[in-house]
Design a protein. Structure first.
Length: 117
């Protein structure tokens, strides 16, 4: 069974940066951490996909709302996926989660990101 642990969140002022980490333990089948993606859920809103690797693994996808500000990356040896978030806005405030792009794994606790004005 794969366990996902997100970390790196916190309180930051608008315009600031944070780097989130998602450590995956257990055994992946197939593509490993390349299959992981970042999601977020703001209060009162549905969970949304923020960033992911393309199916081929050689490129990335970012939601329009974060394009140019967020970058997803991975370290295969550490079974870890990262989300570098720059130029943060109050609208980025949410709990951030990682999972496969289809959400097929058990969801972790997430990590809270709060962006103040």
């Amino acid at each position: 069974q794969v366990q996902l642990v997100e970390s790196g969140g916190g309180l930051v002022q608008a315009g600031g940066s944070l780097r989130l980490s998602c450590a995956a333990s257990g055994r992946f089948s197939g593509t490993g951490v390349m299959a992981l993606a970042w999601f977020r859920q703001a209060p009162g809103k549905e969970r949304e996909l923020v960033a992911a690797f393309t199916w081929s693994g050689d490129s990335t996808y970012c939601a329009d709302s974060v394009k140019g500000r967020f970058t997803i990356s991975r370290d295969n040896a550490k079974n870890t996926v990262y989300l570098q978030m720059n130029s943060l806005k109050p609208g980025d405030t949410a709990v951030y989660y990682c999972n496969t792009r289809m959400g097929t794994l058990a969801w972790g606790q997430g990590t809270q990101v709060t962006v103040s004005t």
